[in-house]
Design a protein around this ligand. Structure first.
Ligand code: ZN
Length: 244
């Protein structure tokens, strides 16, 4: 695969990777900014990856364990230097970045280390779609945004559903455009210790990037979902379209 990493900024839990390629197809590639990269206990550095088409100002967040804290650290690591935000004295720069750069949340599964940042920032980041498989959204609806753990800021579930966030059910294998971006996503279920997790295939033109939420080897998970996924991805690898 003719992919090389053009630039990597490491530190403070924030990593910016710009992937680009010298392949023949007209391809922009992707820019991934890591807002958090750990699971479990590391508060302030939990799974969250901002994905943008190369050169685009806006994108989507793949999982949302750490949001505001991650944007602050990525900004300090110069991930957003080229962005100019509207003047808003009531909002911090990191808050403005969350509001303007993240155009939707793709959630692989609803374990806290993948959603805690979204819940924390939710009162200040309204109006965004939350994309996930139906099984994942039903956990968010019943067990998170339920007026007991957190107010129901979404548009389904325990009443009153305040409707600040829009649940968008993803169906396995179906390509869906991601609002306000030029990206599409296709989702595939993964097994994760009895919980359904998700692989997201992001497309930008002919380019593809595959993101896997938590999962384990098929032998351990007693499933064939990884084998199925890689068989589906093999043609993209052969065609040099899978960028990362
Ligand atoms: Zn998990």
């Amino acid at each position: 695969m003719r992919v090389r990493i053009g630039k990597a900024i490491l530190g403070w839990g924030a990593v910016a990777l710009i992937l680009f390629s010298g392949a023949k197809v007209q391809a922009k590639g992707f820019e991934v900014t890591v807002l958090g990269a750990h699971g479990g206990l590391e508060d302030g550095n939990l799974s969250a990856y901002l994905l943008r088409e190369q050169g685009a100002n806006v994108g989507v967040l793949l999982d949302a364990g750490t949001v505001l804290n991650g944007m602050e650290k990525a900004d300090a690591a110069h991930a957003f230097d080229r962005l100019t935000l509207p003047d808003d004295p009531k909002t911090s720069r990191a808050g403005g970045l969350v509001h303007h750069v993240i155009q939707g949340y793709l959630i692989s599964h609803a374990h806290l280390d993948h959603v805690a940042g979204l819940i924390a920032v939710s009162p200040n980041d309204p109006g965004k779609p939350i994309y996930a498989l139906p099984s994942v959204l039903s956990v968010m609806q019943d067990d998170l945004f339920n007026h007991r753990v957190w107010p129901n800021l979404a548009d389904r579930g325990p009443k009153p559903a305040l409707g600040l966030f829009h649940y968008h059910d993803l169906l396995e294998g179906q390509s869906v455009p991601l609002a306000e971006t030029t990206l599409t996503v296709t989702s595939y279920p993964l097994s994760h210790g009895g919980v359904e997790s998700t692989a997201f295939l992001l497309r930008s033109g002919a380019d593809a990037l595959l993101y896997l939420g938590d999962t384990g080897p098929d032998a351990v998970e007693h499933s064939n979902r990884l084998e199925t996924l890689w068989r589906l991805m093999a043609p993209l690898v052969r065609a040099h379209q899978l960028r990362g």
